[in-house]
Design a protein around this ligand. Structure first.
Ligand code: ZN
Length: 276
């Protein structure tokens, strides 16, 4: 039996309280609840300015487990791809500025009007390759987050750990994977692919739960323990593979958790840690 996650190795992804809290609220909330890590989304950084965000986070002593998010590489034309790459380079710079351990990549889906999934995947590979030229010298790891296949068209056409591992094999150093249980729990190859990734590549571990029924494809994620994902089993696979980083709660929940007071959400997350 593996030991439960402690607050010392637990992080708040700001998406979890996106509707209620500013970045400052999130930082103060983590400190109040004894949570030691934070993973901001770029919208929260931009609301207060990256400089101020960096200062607040540094003052708090929180570990920045990752910045969400870069990616969205495919575009209909060269100008679009260039604009996406420019934005990704900025994201790398901002991740460095706030001391993030990695930049999480939601890689993008089909360009508008396109049915060329293979082409979109090639654009993703090329985009990550080009971004690595900027991220590698900076020493910032990039973390591909494979997304559930239901998002292949509009959010991410990398949908399995196997595909993410193949991209890591092909593109080399500086590239790893963020494992989000919501996206990969169903995969029969999950244990093997987590093992294949190993400690070097496993850069993040995102927690929530899969509700039955799920009423919204994007905004109806469950609190740990309220759904059907065997969280301790997946965490056991992560740890067996050598992952020693933070477990990060990331719950998009428009109708439930975004409507509760932020302190109640964080308190509930901490209470559920023994179930993880
Ligand atoms: Zn995630």
């Amino acid at each position: 039996m593996i030991q439960p996650v402690t607050k010392e190795r637990f992080a708040l992804n700001t998406a979890t309280v996106r509707a209620q809290w500013s970045l400052r609220d999130c930082i103060e909330g983590c400190v109040r609840h004894g949570i030691r890590g934070i993973a901001p989304w770029r919208d929260k950084l931009e609301d207060c300015g990256v400089k101020e965000a960096a200062r607040m986070i540094a003052d708090s002593g929180l570990v920045v487990t990752g910045l969400c998010r870069g990616g969205m590489f495919p575009a209909a034309d060269e100008a679009g791809r260039r604009a996406a790459l420019d934005d990704n380079r900025r994201a790398v710079d901002h991740a460095m500025e706030i001391g993030a351990r990695c930049l999480v990549l939601v890689v993008g889906g089909l360009p508008p009007g396109s049915k060329d999934l293979r082409g979109a995947r090639a654009q993703v590979r090329d985009g990550i390759g080009a971004l690595l030229d900027h991220a590698r010298p900076a020493g910032l790891p990039l973390a591909i987050e494979p997304l559930h296949p239901m998002y292949a068209a509009d959010r991410a056409c990398v949908n399995t750990m196997k595909h993410a591992n193949e991209l890591c094999d092909e593109l080399g150093a500086g590239l790893g994977i963020a494992v989000d249980v919501y996206h990969v729990w169903w995969d029969p190859d999950l244990e093997a692919e987590i093992g294949r990734a190993g400690a070097q590549r496993l850069l993040g571990f995102h927690l929530c739960d899969w509700l039955v029924p799920t009423t919204d494809l994007l905004l109806d994620r469950g609190m740990m323990g309220d759904g059907v994902i065997d969280l301790p089993r997946i965490r056991g696979w992560m740890e067996a593979a050598g992952y020693a980083g933070f477990a990060e709660v990331e719950i998009f929940s428009a109708e439930t958790w975004w409507k509760r007071p932020g302190d109640e959400v964080l308190r509930t997350c901490v209470e559920r840690l023994p179930l993880v």
